[in-house]
Design a protein around this ligand. Structure first.
Ligand SMILES: Cc1ncc(COP(=O)(O)O)c(C=O)c1O
Length: 393
């Protein structure tokens, strides 16, 4: 529930006014009900969590008398974790970050917060995709940025439209994009558009913030080049281990030009000073032993199966709707001939969790869209959930 502000009593900063801060909490609240068939949160399936291996690593740390995992760490990250992360980035993206280009963060959301803290003054323009990840809208708004949304289609961000806006005088400081298996639209930026986008950034002097939260969860073996690998001079990449390892460790990374990385490290000193050393050590060992690749292979299979079941149920029960066909990640994006905010409430009452599209726009659009997340819903309940939703229409 949103709590209204009494600014006479508590003189909150101006930037906290409005709806900032309520969005994600209201989505998370939907997950609390045990009886819900939930297509709501973009959470990883608990079946993928490495319980035994995490427990055995913890026991090893304790038995070995290790103190690093339990101690404060350097702000940029532990040396071993940075090396493990750099190795993974190299093997997955074909370019190894230099030591001064990489830092460990407390999740991708912290990377976005550090970007905001480092770059944004009041009124600065940030281009976002329409629709986009709610957490990013909230993070950039909290620094009083002006958000300009550029539409997407099934090839991702409409780069031609962006070019027209830039030619018309738009001067963004940052452009935020999720090129792979986008949240919430489930689409990926085409190869041609990737090249065109980085050229626009170079020509017009803005920084691309590339969020790769779902990049490693492609269902086929056909990853497109990351924007950072194409243009490490103008791209700051934010990544996370939340969807591939487990979100309880709150671990991610930022990689970009050395000057930018140094500024983010500076900003991090007063957010959390350092990311969890315990989480970093767990991840480092998990990578070193090759376990992350095993987990990833299983996760990709699981989510591909759930995606297939979801799309099949949509074809069967909701043929009048339109939806995107993801090639990875957690989401498909529906277009329906109804007000979806109202539908989401009725669906909740009927035992199905969905997220109305308006939450993913900064300007109230998306009233006929729904984000369906197939990541956490039980495979055996997917068809029943979609059927229930269809009955409400
Ligand atoms: C696109 C995107 N970026 C970032 C995040 C946040 O990830 P983290 O758990 O690392 O903060 C999410 C989580 O839902 C996401 O969907």
């Amino acid at each position: 529930m949103a709590v209204s502000q009494d600014t006479e009593r508590f003189p909150f900063a101006e930037r906290t006014r409005g709806d900032v801060g309520e969005g994600i909490a209201s989505v998370l609240a939907l997950l609390g009900r045990a009886d819900l068939i939930s297509f709501a949160g973009g959470f990883p399936d608990p079946k993928t969590f490495p319980r035994e291996r995490a427990a055995s690593l913890l026991a090893e740390f304790a038995a070995g008398g290790e103190s690093t995992a339990f101690q404060y760490g350097p702000t940029r990250g532990l040396a071993g974790t940075l090396a493990a992360m750099a190795g993974r980035i190299e093997s997955l993206q074909g370019r190894r970050p230099e030591e001064d280009e990489l830092l460990i963060t407390s999740g991708a959301i912290e990377a976005l917060e550090l970007v905001g803290k480092s770059f944004l003054d009041r009124g600065d323009i940030v281009v976002i995709e329409a629709p986009t990840y709610l957490g990013a809208i909230q993070a950039f708004r909290s620094f009083e940025a002006e958000l300009r949304a550029v539409p997407m289609d099934d090839q991702g961000l409409d780069v031609d439209e962006l070019e027209r806006l830039l030619a018309g005088g738009l001067r963004p400081k940052l452009l935020y994009t999720i090129p792979d298996h986008q949240n919430p639209a489930g689409v990926s930026l085409s190869s041609e558009r990737r090249s065109a986008l980085v050229e626009l950034a170079r020509r017009h002097g803005f920084v691309i913030v590339e969020d790769v939260a779902y990049r490693e969860l492609g269902f086929g073996g056909d990853a497109l080049p990351s924007l950072w690998s194409l243009a490490p001079d103008v791209v700051l990449q934010a990544g996370t281990t939340s969807k591939t390892f487990f979100p309880g460790v709150r671990l991610g990374w930022a990689v970009g030009p050395a000057e930018v990385a140094a500024q983010l490290v500076n900003a991090k000193q007063t957010t959390d000073q350092c990311s969890s050393a315990l989480g970093q050590r767990l991840f480092e060992e998990y990578v070193r032993r090759g376990w992350i690749e095993e987990q990833l292979a299983r996760s990709r299979e699981l989510y591909a199966r759930k995606c297939e079941l979801t799309l099949a149920a949509l074809s069967l029960h909701l043929p009048e709707a339109q939806w995107t066909t993801p090639r990875g990640g957690f989401f498909t994006w529906l277009t329906l001939p109804v007000d979806t905010t109202e539908l989401a409430h009725r669906a909740g009452d009927a035992g199905v969790g969905i997220v109305p599209g308006a939450l993913f726009y900064a300007d109230g659009r998306g009233r006929d869209n729904v984000r369906l997340s197939f990541s956490m819903v039980d495979e055996a309940l997917i068809d029943a959930g979609i059927e229930k939703l269809a009955r409400l229409l």
